[in-house]
Write a protein that binds this ligand. Structure first.
Ligand code: HEC
Length: 154
């Protein structure tokens, strides 16, 4: 009987550790921050080519644009659980509570990025001028969402 109780208690402690909302939220925060890093990595390559600090390469440009579009097209619902804002999870995230209090407004920003990434993916491999022409909309969609929904770190 003692053993059973002890085992049950251990199981409870373990499950509380693994499934408590705070821990689940931390995993979701990590996932969405990693997704943002993927955005930044691929956009960084396109931006470097646009600026001329990296030589334009049609295949590399197309790959970066395709990756950005694929990443932006992921279903992110599970990565943004309620209660994972920068008030409830201070120090862990820069996500503002407005994401949830004004929901589904943020989905407009997500859709704007998908649209901009589609335009980029349709021309990035053509030539440098086309890539440059598609940069503005992408920058606007990243910046627009950050302005409304991400805490500034200054
Ligand atoms: C739909 C809204 C939205 C869009 C679109 C968006 N971001 Fe973000 N981004 C956020 C939010 C919110 C955070 C804060 C996430 C957190 O800390 O939990 C963030 C965080 C980041 C971070 C920091 C990640 C980290 O490791 O903490 C980077 C880098 C970033 N975004 C880059 C980009 C780039 C590049 C684009 C455009 C290609 C982009 N984002 C588009 C909302 C967005």
């Amino acid at each position: 009987m003692k053993t059973i109780l002890a085992t049950t208690a251990t199981a409870l402690v373990l499950s509380a550790g693994v499934f408590s909302p705070a821990v689940a939220n931390e995993a979701a925060i990590k996932a969405r921050q990693s997704l943002m890093q993927l955005y930044a990595f691929n956009l960084g390559q396109l931006g470097a080519m646009a600026k001329g600090t990296m030589e334009y390469d049609s295949g590399a440009a197309q790959a970066a644009a395709d990756n950005l579009l694929a990443a932006a097209s992921m279903n992110q619902m599970a990565m943004w659980p309620e209660g994972s804002d920068n008030v409830a999870m201070a120090g862990k995230t820069a996500a503002l509570p407005e994401i949830w209090t004004t929901f589904p407004k943020i989905t407009e920003s997500s859709q704007a990025l998908v649209a901009a990434a589609e335009s980029m993916a349709s021309v990035a491999g053509n030539d440098l001028d086309s890539l440059r022409g598609a940069m503005g909309e992408i920058g606007k969609s990243c910046g627009g969402c950050h302005k409304s929904f991400r805490a500034s770190n200054d």
